[in-house]
Ligand binder design. Structure first.
Ligand code: ATP
Length: 235
């Protein structure tokens, strides 16, 4: 479904991604694991069109998407939930969700998706009139995910959804990610919490200083001594 081939990405003269290649198949949850600054967020931003690769190609459903505008990429079916959530603080929950659907004009479909999002996140329904800036961190994460789903993506890019959340809430968010996937949305997940990410992912790529150094099924990586020592706290 998504094919990234040999991409190089720079910030000025900082070489953030080096010859990165990976693929995501339809229906999968694929996770990117790596230390701070490894290049995980940069990779998601490049897929969603916020950054342009200097070299290499990205195709989505066999169509070339590298170098295209972010909005065009959303229309093709890729939604990005960036790190740090970034909801529109002065708008209500409902208005934020409405914005997620701004590129669509299928009223009936949009209405169905509101219902789906509220079903997935009952908390958002309870709070639908509340100003988003006053939501808790977990609720803002739910809203950011809900807003992305309002674009009815085929591929959802999630950047650190568990960041700063209490353990119980992390579990809730991961259960919801699994549920989103089970209803047909393919997911690419960036996580610091490698244990949790590998527990729901089908496959994983390990990124170190801008390069893919290892990949395999989630099970393979969970049982690798190298991964256990470096990313799973040695357990
Ligand atoms: P984290 O988990 O800490 O977010 P990450 O793996 O997502 O890490 P990136 O945010 O992709 O890492 O950063 C990769 C490299 O690019 C880092 O060295 C970072 O300092 C650098 N970088 C990221 N954004 C910029 C920017 N806007 N300008 C310059 N350098 C940047």
């Amino acid at each position: 479904m998504l094919k990234v081939q040999g991409i190089d990405v720079f910030y000025g003269n900082i070489h953030a991604l080096k010859e990165v290649s990976l693929n995501v198949n339809q229906g999968e949850i694929v996770t990117l694991i790596g230390a701070n600054g490894a290049g995980k967020s940069t990779l998601l931003k490049t897929v969603s069109g916020l950054l342009k690769p200097k070299k290499g190609t990205i195709t989505f459903e066999s169509v070339s998407i590298d170098g295209k505008q972010a909005q065009w990429i959303v229309k093709k079916g890729i939604s990005h939930v960036p790190e740090g959530r970034r909801v529109f603080a002065n708008m209500s929950v409902e208005e934020n969700l409405e914005l997620g659907a701004y590129l669509r004009n299928d009223k009936k479909g949009i209405k169905e998706d509101y219902e789906k999002v509220y079903e997935l996140f009952p908390r958002l329904h309870e709070r639908r009139k509340q100003q988003s800036g006053t939501l808790s961190g977990g609720e803002q994460q739910m809203l950011a995910m809900g807003r992305a789903l309002m674009a009815r993506p085929k591929l959802l890019l999630l950047d650190e959804p568990s960041m700063g959340l209490a353990p119980l809430l992390v579990k809730t968010i991961f259960d919801i990610i699994k549920e989103i996937n089970s209803t047909g949305t393919t997911i690419m997940l960036v996580e610091q919490n490698a244990n949790m990410a590998l527990s729901i992912a089908h496959r994983a790529y390990v990124i170190e200083t801008g390069r893919v150094v290892l990949s395999g099924t989630a099970e393979e990586l969970r049982s690798s001594d190298q991964i256990k020592m470096a990313y799973l706290g040695g357990h």
